[in-house]
Ligand binder design. Structure first.
Ligand code: ACM
Ligand code: ZN
Length: 542
């Protein structure tokens, strides 16, 4: 009998400890810097008020209300005074205690919930954290008869480790509609990314309307068919493919992203990956064409002619329209994978090498990028390019996106240039994410499982502390040669995007993969509710 009583008591203790442990895991990704969980709850109902004194923070309060409306079918009254009865959410503008402009605090008890920040960004991130704490379904309080959303109380103080937290999407190889691009931006917002790198031009399609050069879209946005399977298979679907964003579409998406504190980094590829542009305007190539928009993936020999001054005028006119559309500081000018075959045999390119006293075609590429940089800088903007822009000498103010490993980024940081890390391993999310590749949808190749993304540290150990300051952050890339529809964009991006968000946001001392997986299991209910398709392999992992 005593044995049974003892077992019972142990059982109770175990259940209590277990429930403490279980409740201390909140479905938050990225994990906040400091978090104290209490075991009370804040009951959000349609009677809860939003107390807001600063009108310039109203857009964020409206964002919160819009989420409540679409997920719980009620919204809250926004008022500039404390309510006499009932609970409230206080949105408070306070000078930050932290060096980070993105800092926020959440203070919660059953009576009131405060979101405190100095900037709208901070406030937005506080709201994102709050949304992740909400259950997926409202419940009905039996006493009150009113719908309520029960939020676990916690006190949180939070700010990011890196200032450049980016996700990329290739909309050239496959085109994704305006609504799909907005959805993708929504996912970035959930995980507190602040840059969307929009890959708008490549050999297989030009996707941005340029008023001065209408053939870029009337010809360059179309290809007659698309490769099926791998390049060596040489099989095509025979189905014409097209799509582009009008300038009105782009303005709408820029505003949509800005409402989520996401800056769009547009990429206009040069001097390589330009077949679609040259199909429309072959006069800016070395040979004069004619060309067709590419139908097969891979590196193409046709590139812009670097010996022809009118090529530069053409690109500058394009960039002028691009810079008017995108308010961010950086313009991505590509610069990757530019074969030099045409330049080697082009009299104009060879003449340029001679008159500019350049050493070979690598320096001609460097000349090309420096000339474009001068133009972009003259408009008050900066260029960023793939790490090939280091070859032949880096343009004076250029930032580097390191994709062929981290060496390019390390070299650039040592030269005091800003760097965004996106090494193929583990930042290319078009690679496989699960070892059983035969049972996975076709991917580009490679293997970047979730734990490798989670473990990523953007600052290489070989840099000194001073050099490390040039590492702005990192980016996940979603190239779409093998991603033809948006459900697959979701599948390849998620949950790796969530893992990368934590690598960029959370102090590395706080990172713990098993804990991340436990939180992801809870958080994935939110993804289910939002009807987002994601890879579920982590459910089997611990
Ligand atoms: C790249 O993957 N070619 C930047
Ligand atoms: Zn040429």
């Amino acid at each position: 009998m005593r044995k049974i009583a003892l077992l019972f008591i142990f059982g109770l203790i175990y259940a209590e400890v277990y429930s403490q442990l279980a409740t201390s895991i909140l479905p938050l990704i990225p994990l906040p810097k400091e978090i104290k969980v209490s075991n009370s709850t804040f009951k959000l109902t349609s009677k809860t008020k939003i107390v807001l004194f600063e009108q310039d923070f109203k857009s964020e309060a409206i964002f919160l209300n819009n989420y409540l409306k679409s997920n719980f079918q009620f919204e809250l009254i926004i008022t500039p005074s404390f309510p006499k009865t009932g609970n409230y959410i206080l949105i408070k503008h306070t000078p930050s205690k932290s060096d980070s402009k993105e800092h926020y605090e959440l203070k919660m008890n059953p009576k009131n919930l405060s979101i405190i920040a100095e900037t709208k960004e901070g406030l937005f991130y506080g709201i994102q954290t709050l949304l992740q704490l909400m259950p997926i379904e409202k419940t009905v309080d039996n006493k009150m008869g009113a719908a309520e959303v029960e939020i676990p109380c916690a006190n949180i103080s939070d700010s990011p480790q890196y200032q450049f937290r980016s996700m990329h999407l290739d909309c050239s190889r496959h085109f994704f509609s305006k609504e799909e691009v907005k959805k993708y931006i929504d996912y970035l917002a959930i995980y507190k990314f602040n840059i969307f790198h929009w890959h708008l031009t490549d050999d297989q399609g030009w996707r941005i309307e340029i008023k001065k050069y209408p053939l870029l879209t009337s010809i360059g946005s179309k290809r007659k068919e698309t490769l099926v399977g791998r390049p060596n298979d040489n099989k095509y679907d025979g189905i014409p493919y097209n799509g582009y964003y009008t300038q009105e579409d782009i303005k709408e998406i820029v505003v949509y992203a800005a409402e989520r504190h996401i800056t769009i980094l547009p990429e206009i590829e040069m001097p390589g990956h330009s077949t679609a542009a040259l199909a429309a305007y072959p006069q800016y190539s070395c040979t004069g064409g004619p060309f067709e928009t590419a139908t097969k993936w891979g590196i193409k020999k046709e590139v812009y002619c670097a010996g022809n001054d009118s090529t530069f005028l053409f690109i500058q006119n394009i960039l002028s329209e691009v810079m008017d559309l995108f308010p961010g500081k950086y313009i991505h000018i590509g610069g990757d994978e530019c074969p030099k075959d045409r330049w080697k045999t082009c009299p104009k390119c060879q003449q340029r090498i001679a008159t500019e006293k350049l050493v070979g075609e690598n320096e001609l590429q460097s000349y090309f990028i420096k000339r474009i940089e001068k133009y972009v800088n003259s408009k008050g903007k900066q260029i960023i390019g793939w790490d090939e822009i280091l070859e032949g000498g880096l343009a004076p103010n250029a930032a580097v996106m390191s994709w062929r490993g981290t060496e390019g980024g390390i070299t650039a940081a040592k030269q005091k240039h800003f760097v965004v890390m996106t090494p193929g391993k583990p930042c290319y999310f078009d690679h496989y994410q699960w070892k059983d590749v035969n049972n996975e949808p076709i991917a580009f190749g490679g293997y970047n499982p979730l734990d490798s993304v989670y473990a990523y540290n953007p600052t290489p150990k070989s840099l000194t502390e001073e050099e490390g300051k040039f590492i702005l952050g990192a980016q996940g890339c979603v190239w779409t040669e093998y991603i033809a529809d948006f459900a697959k964009v979701q599948y390849m991006s998620l949950p790796r995007m969530a893992a990368l968000s934590e690598a960029l946001w959370t102090p590395s001392a706080k990172k713990d993969y098993n804990n991340f997986i436990s939180r992801l299991k809870l958080h994935s209910k939110m993804l289910d509710k939002l009807k987002i398709n994601y890879s579920k392999h982590f459910i089997k992992q611990e």
